[in-house]
Design a protein around this ligand. Structure first.
Ligand code: PRP
Length: 183
């Protein structure tokens, strides 16, 4: 059993079992919606990687996987809105059904930028699935097509989400104690 770092958490927001149960539901819903179609799953690195791998295994439709490296410059706890593409997808999405897989939608600026970019490549369809949504933080008009959980405006880590690169490997989502990220 790997270390779970409970001592760094103020609160456990989503236990591992709850996350897995919700992903199973999302997988069923997405599989039904895309029945008979092939989907290109695009994982937005790095935060989505854990969710992506669990969600992909819950799907019953044919799919392909690709990966996009995006990062936004910020102070470690919030996004600046300035997005940098570090790695583009390898495949063509023209006339394909695209499902963008994200860990969290916060200001929405990252996905707003990304959907505009990918739309210009003329996919047959494009939808967003994100595990976590913080709608009260939104700074543009965008919403996920599929959402795992709506969460409050707290700084969360785990299950892909990091603080300075750490905590991504946790199986749960927790709220970090402020003293961990304030000097
Ligand atoms: C996080 C997350 C989203 C984005 C959401 O990525 O994975 O991509 O921020 O924030 P927004 O809605 O305010 O734009 P981050 O830049 O932290 O990179 P990471 O996934 O590599 O941790």
């Amino acid at each position: 059993m790997c270390a779970q770092f409970y001592e760094d958490m103020e609160e456990i927001l989503l236990e591992s079992d709850a996350i897995q149960a919700r992903i199973k539901e999302l997988g069923e819903q997405i599989s039904a919606d895309y029945a008979g179609k092939e989907v290109i799953l695009i994982c937005i690195l790095k935060g989505a990687v854990i969710f992506f791998s669990d969600l992909a295994r819950s799907l019953k439709v044919q799919c392909q996987m690709d990966f996009m490296g995006i990062s936004s410059y910020g102070d470690g706890t919030k996004t600046s809105g300035i997005v940098r593409i570090a790695k583009d997808i390898d495949c063509s999405i023209t006339d394909k059904h695209v499902l963008i897989v994200e860990d969290i939608m916060d200001s929405g600026l990252t996905l707003n930028h990304l959907t505009q970019l990918l739309s210009s490549r003329n996919p047959a369809s494009m939808k967003i699935v994100c595990l976590l949504d913080k709608p009260e933080r939104r700074e543009c008009v965008i919403a996920p097509d599929y959402c795992g959980f709506i969460i409050p405006n707290k700084f969360v880590v785990g299950y892909g989400l990091d603080y300075l690169g750490r905590y991504r490997h946790l199986s749960y989502v927790g709220v970090l104690k402020p003293q961990v990220y304030t000097p």
